[in-house]
Ligand binder design. Structure first.
Ligand code: WTA
Length: 650
């Protein structure tokens, strides 16, 4: 396992930070003893624990059975009737929260909009009616390809309200990527915007949709939010302006009473083959875990202003910008644009301006802040902050310490939360009033969650031994399947170690039982906290007429976590050139999106392969990282390849 080499540096981490007593005194969970009692309760009878917690939600009808586990298929809260949109909106309307701010949004150019729970409810009801008029029925799929604007959250909640399944496609993906995702789920309607703002430039979304819908026969309508005001071609009978349609509908729309297992959303994520996986999440269990983790992990209180900087195009935005916080009745800050626009202190100036209390971001952002220099955060009053969080990739202890000192002023606990698109909600995490933290460790499992570290053979490993991170028990917000490909679901997650969920991460546990995640052990690269499959990038490269074969590997990158290096062999008649290099990088952007652009392309005559023809990525990784190969090469078919690759290095 290539990640094993990470262990040594991490092992030197001896610092430990107990929760500040003044924080614990006011927290939902106030001590380690209290947390251990909850863990013990959940361990002894997980179903009873989750059922007790599910009382916090609104049910049209309570469940008959908490869990039906027919491995690897779970049914949570079977027989129950529930609606997420009702839980996030309606139930607050009969309380004092009716006029509380639900969303405070800031656009990149600086304008703000605020929605109270009542106002958000009205917008969601109206858009639900718009969808119904567009022919969207319970169970239909709707693609959302939008900037980070309130209408995205409104669209999600409107889908959930009428039982339509949403599929949010990150606005940074290209039209080619959008086509695959729309077709995979046969989406009926696409909701988009003319564009969005990113670092002062317009990201053109409607133009990409226009390209895409030429090849997506299932799409009957496209609804467009006017955001940037740029000129659009609206195709008669297919394209409609959001604001026009919103004027024509009723302001009320009852939330449908849906089965607990009703499909809530599909979210595509990269795996080890070229085809992205449509991760399917359902309703009640997902809501329960998103709700409870938001409350306990972020110690969320009614008076907090909570800001998760994730784009809603990723799972973090689904669970911790929209569903978790709104079901708790929180006030959520939402920001459209880049962290360094117009200057590298945009986040800090927003924290100061809005008096943000809870701030949840990614290690890649933290590393960028460090690089931009301390003067930016030091210019601002960050005293409103009381809790910091991180997610998306391992945080190196030095970045953790910087976050702790420079942003948290040694006063704010940091929650380093491990989870995945597939897990739906946080799984391994500190509870801020209870857990002593160690920089770089996600600490321990959330109550009811049972991770372990195992060998390939399914044997638990001892303290400080590296192995595969697994989950031994079903959990409420687990993925239910891969959309349209249950075989792949079984294969990918449940058959590496029979009957046990295989996360795809390497990890170890220290003698205190703290988990240390070492990163992906499969062919998935985590670039700036975004998951990309090497196979996807390879198939994008090979789709270019000049490319014969491509192998993509990650190399450590100080800022992005991982950089992308592509080894490419060309078709006979073509030869390497700087122009072709640029063209291939642009081709990947066109096929997938800018986030997948290779940092480097290396042309080579041949790729190192085993006798059975498998590309030896491990060797390529070593070459990309250190320029040489120290590891075992006995299975290599043709040794001269290595010599050539080394020679090309110089
Ligand atoms: C990585 C994002 C270390 C991990 C929520 C996982 C982390 C993948 C952490 C999932 C963390 C996420 N520490 N690694 N706190 N959080 N990861 O699906 O490799 O975009 O498997 O979900 O990110 O990425 P995904």
């Amino acid at each position: 396992m290539s990640t094993v080499t990470n262990i040594e540096s991490v092992l030197q981490e001896k610092r430990i930070f107990p929760p500040p007593p003044e924080f614990s005194a006011k927290a939902h969970i106030q001590s380690e003893a209290e947390l251990e009692r909850l863990r013990a309760e959940a361990h002894a009878d997980p179903e009873a624990f989750w059922a007790r917690m599910a009382e916090e939600l609104h049910w049209f009808k309570k469940w008959d059975t908490v869990l039906k586990w027919d491995p690897p298929h779970a049914e949570w809260f079977g027989g129950g009737l529930i609606n997420i949109s009702y839980n996030c909106l309606d139930r607050h309307l009969s309380t004092w929260r009716r006029n509380k701010a639900a969303l405070i949004w800031e656009g990149e150019p600086g304008e703000t909009r605020t929605y109270t729970y009542q106002q958000l409810h009205t917008e969601v009801c109206k858009f639900a009616n718009v969808l119904k008029h567009a022919g969207v029925m319970r169970g239909d799929r709707v693609a959302l390809y939008m900037p980070l604007i309130p209408e995205l959250a409104i669209s999600m909640l409107a889908c959930a309200r009428i039982g339509a399944t949403h599929s949010v496609v990150f606005g940074g993906f290209s039209s080619a990527a959008l086509i695959d995702r729309i077709n995979d789920a046969s989406c009926k309607v696409v909701v988009t915007a003319d564009g969005g703002w990113r670092r002062g430039k317009e990201v053109k979304l409607k133009a990409a949709v226009d390209e895409a819908v030429k090849e997506t026969p299932s799409v009957t309508a496209c609804i467009v939010v006017r955001r940037t005001g740029s000129q659009q071609e609206m195709q008669d009978g297919r394209d409609f302006w959001w604001h026009d349609l919103m004027e024509t509908v009723e302001t009320d729309c009852a939330a449908e009473e849906l089965d607990s297992e009703h499909p809530l959303y599909i979210l595509y994520t990269s795996g080890t083959t070229g085809k992205p996986k449509g991760i399917l999440h359902t309703t009640a269990g997902y809501l329960l875990q998103a709700h409870l983790t938001t409350k306990w992990v972020f110690d969320l209180k009614d008076e907090d202003l909570y800001w998760c900087t994730a784009d809603i195009g990723w799972v973090t935005g689904h669970s911790y910008v929209v569903y978790g916080p709104l079901s708790n009745g929180a006030t959520v800050l939402m920001y459209e644009g880049a962290p360094n626009f117009p200057e590298p202190d945009r986040f800090w100036s927003m924290i100061e301006k809005h008096r943000v209390n809870i701030f949840y971001t990614a290690p890649t952002a933290i590393r960028a802040f460090i690089k931009w220099g301390d003067s930016w955060p030091l210019k601002h009053d960050l005293s409103s902050l009381r809790l910091l969080g991180t997610v998306g990739e391992p945080i190196n202890p030095e970045a953790w310490m910087w976050y702790h000192r420079t942003i948290g002023k040694e006063r704010c606990p940091i929650v380093d939360t491990w989870w995945q698109t597939e897990t739906g909600a946080i799984m391994i995490t500190p509870i801020p009033g209870a857990t002593p933290t160690k920089p770089g460790s996600g600490t321990k499992p959330f109550p009811g969650i049972e991770p372990d570290i195992m060998t390939r053979e399914g044997k638990s490993v001892g303290p400080n031994e590296g192995g595969y991170l697994v989950l031994k028990r079903p959990w409420p917000s687990m993925l239910r399947t891969i959309w349209g490909d249950d075989e792949r679901y079984k294969q990918q997650y449940w058959s590496q170690i029979d009957g046990i969920y295989f996360a795809g991460d390497g990890a170890r546990r220290d003698p205190d039982g703290y988990f240390w995640i070492m990163g992906r052990i499969d062919d998935v690269i985590n670039v700036s906290g975004h998951r990309l499959g090497t196979a996807e990038i390879e198939s994008a490269l090979v789709s270019h007429a000049t490319v014969a074969e491509a192998a993509v590997v990650a190399r450590p990158d100080e800022l992005k976590g991982s950089g992308i290096v592509a080894f490419v062999t060309l078709e006979g008649s073509h030869s390497p050139s700087e122009a072709l290099n640029q063209e291939l990088r642009a081709h990947v952007v066109k096929e997938i999106g800018a986030l997948a652009r290779p940092d480097e392309i290396r042309f080579t005559d041949a790729l190192p392969k085993t006798r059975s023809g498998k590309i030896m990525r491990r060797l390529l990784r070593e070459i990309a990282t250190s320029g040489t190969v120290a590891g075992d090469v006995t299975t290599l078919e043709d040794f001269s390849v290595l010599e050539k690759l080394r020679a090309e290095e110089e």
